[in-house]
Design a protein around this ligand. Sequence first.
Ligand code: C2E
Ligand code: MG
Ligand code: MG
Ligand code: MG
Length: 282
Amino acid sequence: RAKEEGRNGHRFFDENMNRESLERLTIRQGLRKALDAGEFLLHYQPQVDLASGEVVGFEALLRWMHPQWGLVSPARFVPVAEESGLIVPIGSWVIHEACRQAAAWERMGLPPVVMAVNLSAVQFKRGDLEAVLGAALTEAGLPAERLELELTESLLVDDPQLVRTRLLSLHAMGVKLAIDDFGTGYSSLSYLKRFPVDRLKIDRSFVSDVVSDPDDDAIVRAIIQLAASLGLRTTAEGVETEATREHLQRLGCDELQGYLVARPMPAEDVPDWLQRHVARRA
Ligand code: C2E
Ligand code: MG
Ligand code: MG
Ligand code: MG
């Protein structure tokens, strides 16, 4: 079989393509029903102040519990949802649910935190984004300052005029803006000067080996310095070890997120986790 595929590269390619598109088709059909069927949920991962360990925020991460397939990774279904436009209603649900949850925790007596939500380019470009955000904040009774939108670099370089107008109007609403996976996208940094961004999230690919890899160390250092001189905060993504945390603290990183602190967890686990986290720090 391998021989045959080796001789006939086209056939191998086509078979892969078919398998790929079949999976996407199956996922797309599943996604259409998932919202009404209530198959989506959010897990929340804490973001802590690097020096004190104090919890300052949570990132809402979308999960899909399919009745037959079980938990489907967002890496598999978010791209399909983006392609098909289904990310728009799904993303609105995420915004509403995350705002509702942040307000609910506060009513339970938990300390106020910033809720971070990932936004796709398709959502970002739609004319009704401010209306969706405004409705979610009002319904939840959550101040705009407690919502942070995570945007990717690629989204910011697409249509600079539209992006600028949109970011200014979000900024005027009071919503916080973070650049997700910073350092992996488009290489022009000029947008940082032009746009009202609050935070850079340093991509996990630079953070994982920052202790042992001099190149990663140089990149992370440069990002932290850049952020400091522009007055932006930094969050390191994917921090898994205490050695990494200490290293990032020496470099002056503000906040961290990663398995070292906690994996993303269901909303109902958060109050107990917070209590244990506070006890551990004391
Ligand atoms: P992201 O926004 O960069 O989210 C961080 C990802 O890193 C999450 O994966 C999280 O579980 C994972 N992570 C956090 N700490 C660690 C660590 O210490 N080690 C390792 N190995 N991984 C860590 P997840 O939840 O699978 O999400 C993957 C991506 O899917 C997200 O990357 C984001 O781009 C996208 N996504 C998730 N939820 C949404 C959503 O509601 N809307 C949109 N548009 N995209 C979403
Ligand atoms: Mg994110
Ligand atoms: Mg990220
Ligand atoms: Mg990522």
